[in-house]
Design a protein around this ligand. Structure first.
Ligand code: CA
Length: 232
């Protein structure tokens, strides 16, 4: 799946930076501008932006005017817009929603809430994305979504480390196939530190533990490696 690009319209540098940092960490591309005028210019140039995070209190064109102009653009009439506002600006929230914003977040906000709201909006604006076969697997009641980096068992989300997630992703991509430790190590390139045989074994132990009642699905093939059962 190609990365989605989020446009951050915010004139406070430190806030824009914090947002951009957290978005990148969660796999999004970001564009940053500090005014509505610059944002419109960007939106009018080629390329695709998936969502706008909009500070309401901007110098020059304010957030509400920007929102109104954005909704008049053919290309972005339906783009999700989340407004960022201080708690005291309740009337602004109301006008923001009236001017076509989809959601709002009050400052100060936690990065987790921000990411959750963004995901919810993107999910809504791209229906069927979760059904994309290359982005998610269903296997014996375990559901793995690459797009959202989430795993759930019988609809209950479980918390996996990045290594555990990648291992499960690898196994579920090909039930029955045995993966050697070397193959697993190759698949775990994302963490930035060298992965050892021992780290693979530890991740498998933890993964089995987190899978709870489904732990038996991960089999050890003695002297070769690991796999998930072909027929659960
Ligand atoms: Ca501001």
């Amino acid at each position: 799946m190609s990365k989605e690009t989020i446009l951050i319209v915010e004139d406070e540098d430190s806030i824009a930076e914090l947002i951009a940092f957290n978005l990148k960490k969660n796999g999004y591309d970001t564009l940053r501008v500090d005014s509505g005028e610059k944002a419109l210019k960007l939106l009018n140039s080629p390329g695709k932006i998936s969502l706008v995070l909009l500070d309401l209190m901007l110098a020059g064109m304010d957030g509400l005017d920007f929102c109104k102009k954005l909704r008049q653009m053919k290309k972005y009439a339906d783009i999700p817009v989340i407004i960022l506002t201080a708690r005291s600006e309740e009337s602004d929230i109301v006008s923001g929603l009236e001017f076509g914003a989809n959601d709002y977040i009050t400052k100060p906000f936690s990065p987790r809430v921000l990411i959750a709201r963004i995901r919810a909006q993107l999910r809504r604006s791209t229906p069927g994305e979760e059904e994309d076969a290359s982005d998610s697997y269903e296997y014996a009641g375990i559901r793995l979504s690459r797009a959202f980096h989430e795993v759930s068992i019988e609809e209950r989300p479980i918390d996996l480390t990045s290594n555990e997630f990648s291992i499960l992703d690898l196994f579920m991509s090909s039930p029955g196939r045995v993966f050697s430790r070397d193959a697993i190590i190759l698949a775990l390139h994302g963490d930035g530190y060298p992965v050892t045989d021992r780290a693979v074994d530890v991740s498998i132990v933890n993964l089995r533990r987190k899978l709870g009642g489904k732990s038996h699905l991960i089999e050890t093939v003695r002297g070769v490696g690991y796999r998930v059962k072909k027929n659960p």
